[in-house]
Design a protein. Sequence first.
Lengths: 248, 391
Amino acid sequence: MQHNENSITQFLTHINQNVSPAERVVSAVSGSGLIAYGLKQGGLFGAALSLLGGGLLYRGATGHCHVYDAAGITTADDRPSPSSRVHVKKSVTINKSPAELYQFWRNFENLPQFMTHLESVKTTGEKTSRWVAKAPLGASVEWDAEITSERENERIGWKSIEGSEIPNSGVVEFLPTSNRGTEVRVVLTYEPPAGYFGSLVARLFGEEPNQQVAEDLRRFKRLMESGTIMKTEGQPSGRSAKAKSAKA
Amino acid sequence: MKAVCWMGKHKVEVMDVPDPQIINDRDAIIKITGTAICGSDLHLYNGYIPSMMQGDILGHEFMGEVVETGKGVGNLKKGDRVVVPFTIACGKCFFCEREMYSVCDNSNPNAGGQETLYGFSGSGLFGFSHLMGGFAGGQAEYARVPFADVGPIKVPDSIPDEKVLFLSDIFPTGFMAANNCNIQEGDTVAIWGAGPVGQFAAKSAFMLGAERVVMIDHYQDRLDFAKANNENVETINFDDVDVYDKLKDITGGRGPDSCIDAVGLESHGTSVDALLDYAKAAVYLATDRPHALRQAIFCVRKGGTVSIPGAYGGFMDKFPIGAAFNKGLTFKMGQTHMQAYMPRLLTAIEEGKIDPSFVISHRLKLSEAPVAYDNFNTEKNQWRKVVLTPH
Ligand SMILES: NC(=O)c1ccc[n+]([C@@H]2O[C@H](COP(=O)([O-])OP(=O)(O)OC[C@H]3O[C@@H](n4cnc5c(N)ncnc54)[C@H](O)[C@@H]3O)[C@@H](O)[C@H]2O)c1
Ligand SMILES: [Zn+2]
Ligand SMILES: [Zn+2]
């Protein structure tokens, strides 16, 4: 998803427009809403939603939708359509007790350590928090989240605050096993932007949130079990700018 | 520092690259005093392994001196002399706790890729493609060792490098191969491949109480070498005789109790469509190397064990499932669970039960790596095992 300014500008001037003006406005609004929304969810699938939201922003800004292209659809005339819910369900088993995992997660300020699209989370009250996430194209997005239900060492449920552009809710559960550690189960639900294109977008990008949640959970597991998220960025190779043949 | 870089098929180059740094808290930096070229490296050299990138630093068999430790490494200090296992393992996950280090959950940064290919991901490995984690290897002057509090084993100053270097891979690999045979009194173990892994499998089979060990290869010098190093080993040159007939004959018609495939075949794919390409390629490649595994399955006695240290990456064409099923065979295989075997094998070396340096045929400087790769790949009779010294 990384383009340099130049190529994006060139690209934008060459594409034709297949999205109606009214929808472009909705896209732009929904795009930023979607980004914000994903991040409200605890940011767990912020990446995916950022992608989706970023796509809508792009579409709103340019009047071009690649999803429509792919699906062979044009929305020259606005057609109404029911919005559809998107569910993301993922689980991972972690070799730690439910209490240890719950305590870490419940302190939302820890979440950016394994949810890579979060910049920061600040606790603002007993059940409320303010989230800042990285949005596409260098922007950042902020929103408030509130905890709707919790049972110590067992589960945390949350919901977007009243009046949120895209209603959403989520729950993480920490289930003990006999001797295999703790099953961490995450279920997220969100309603993509209203209208025909919204459900289409949600369906076509449906896999992406799953993958993002899976990677977030993998990082959570690694951090909890091994105390670190193993990386290779920064190690030497012959590709380094300073590398040269030793013969010289 | 100087490092041996993979630059493409049949092309390795010694390059000046930046020195490694601590990246994770549980890393250590090792100044390398000895490193070796493995049969596995040849699969990279011959271009069989996908997800290699030009400039990747090779090498997974190395040892040296600790020069720096991350703040999460409590058991090592500057100046410690260590041998580093090729499997990178966290020591804390379900698998590490059960000594299945080579399938550690937490050490492969590219686990998602292996999940696509295999369903679940194995551990990270040094210098062995990006699918295996993309870790810089140890054919270099220095290396970053992740999870350094779990992997490296300290060795006493009194033992020379050459005696302990192969604790990094091929000695534990040969040992696990033999151990997986669950050797009982009176057992005959047949080993396909008289390379370094096969040589250590033979030694280990005897150590574990095998009555007879039979080695199969077509490089007569390698077979003769096995004979020279093991009083009772028997050999079969498959260019000269039929392996099944010969094995049946020398075991009074029973067949070997267990068979070890120390030959292997490595070819992979990283995506679903690459898997299809891979399957096609395997049909072609299957004419040669998987032949050893099929033959092992055919030759082993009923109720016997087939142990596979030789590396495989993708699919096998014409797997003889009928023979395996109807003879009631047991299969054991995998990358070696290194950390599970290193301590006891170090003890065996200290007690003088084995001197692993017997396998070395060539000692060269790190800067001579290109020549070493070329010869080790083609001159198999003379070039058995190469050790490189970087400093
Ligand atoms: N499981 C592990 O963790 C692990 C560790 C190290 C090496 N390996 C693998 O073990 C294998 C052997 O390693 P090595 O360093 O000894 O390699 P090597 O290439 O030096 O030796 C392989 C030997 O097999 C012989 N061979 C080829 N076809 C044969 C056949 N049909 N029947 C009998 N012998 C045959 C070759 O002539 C050669 O002598 C490689 O596949 C390597 O990747 C696995
Ligand atoms: Zn090796
Ligand atoms: Zn582990």
